[in-house]
Design a protein around this ligand. Sequence first.
Ligand code: NDP
Length: 308
Amino acid sequence: MDKVNILIIGSGPAGYTAAIYASRASLSPVLYEGPEPGGQLTTTTMVENYPGFARGVDAFTLMNDMKAQAARFGADIRRGRIVSIDLSSRPFKAKTDGGVEIEAASVIIATGATAKYLGLPSETAFKGLGVSACATCDGFLYRKKDVAVVGGGDTACEEATYLANLCRKVYMIVRRDVFRASKAMQERVFSMPNIEILWNCNTREVLGDRSGVTGARLLRKDGEVFDIKVDGFFLAIGHHPNSELFKEWIATDENGYILTEGKTSRTNVPGVFAAGDVQDPSYRQAVTAAASGCRAALDAEKFLLENK
Ligand code: NDP
């Protein structure tokens, strides 16, 4: 049985930042990286909007450096996943996929969110080669090119508007004849002359060759199958917050995002904190996740002091 002060679950910007702060406070945090070491950011290539990198930074380098920074101050960073956890009483009890049992005085949940994909084999084949679920991360690669955005919600409208300012043309592939997005977001889309909305359309296949995505084959509700030519194919059909493991104890909103108290990272269970995309349906940026990881470490430190 491993006894730890702070168990950090997840290795995106939120988890690593929490580990940096907790280890500098001599709290000897133990961090489990989870199924995707480095988090969602590692599905992209260059990160150009993380402050401090005037020429941008490769996503792997950024995440490896965050990890090395945490390790330098003594954070114990471990490969593996937490597969079960009991938050009913303190110390909290967790088990890893390697069979390690852990008792933790506090827990920081930084398990992130996962973008939803359509589930097409061709989409998987071109992930990172033109298929992306993050316009703010990858849009710049398609400057003055044609792209498609799938979805009709606020995210899709926001991403399409963002891309329309960079790209020559943006197709929106919407499966119904109406948007789900708010009126204000719809108005923004309608005001952009280079966005073409393809109503009642579903994607049958992402088309491409060795250079990456070259287009998409669509099926309209009336039965017509047609192709569009695009270099980038962006998914904006929602995200799943990775909160299932905790749902027996931790309060979430109707979409599964963990609820935190006011501006803190405190959940409804004293001693359990949440940071990053698992508790953030709105901003979902590396820098906002990192900031919330900092908050979680400071909140956990305060909790441990008060509950010695
Ligand atoms: P939503 O669930 O609101 O919208 C998802 C969209 O994707 C819908 O149009 C849906 O179609 C479509 N979709 C889902 N599955 C498929 C599929 N398999 N094939 C094709 N289309 C599909 O997700 P969002 O990420 O847009 O928004 C999540 C939450 O975040 C919302 O509450 C939103 O308001 C909020 N948000 C707010 C923003 C803001 O205020 N600035 C910005 C971004 C998000 P259908 O409508 O037919 O179900």
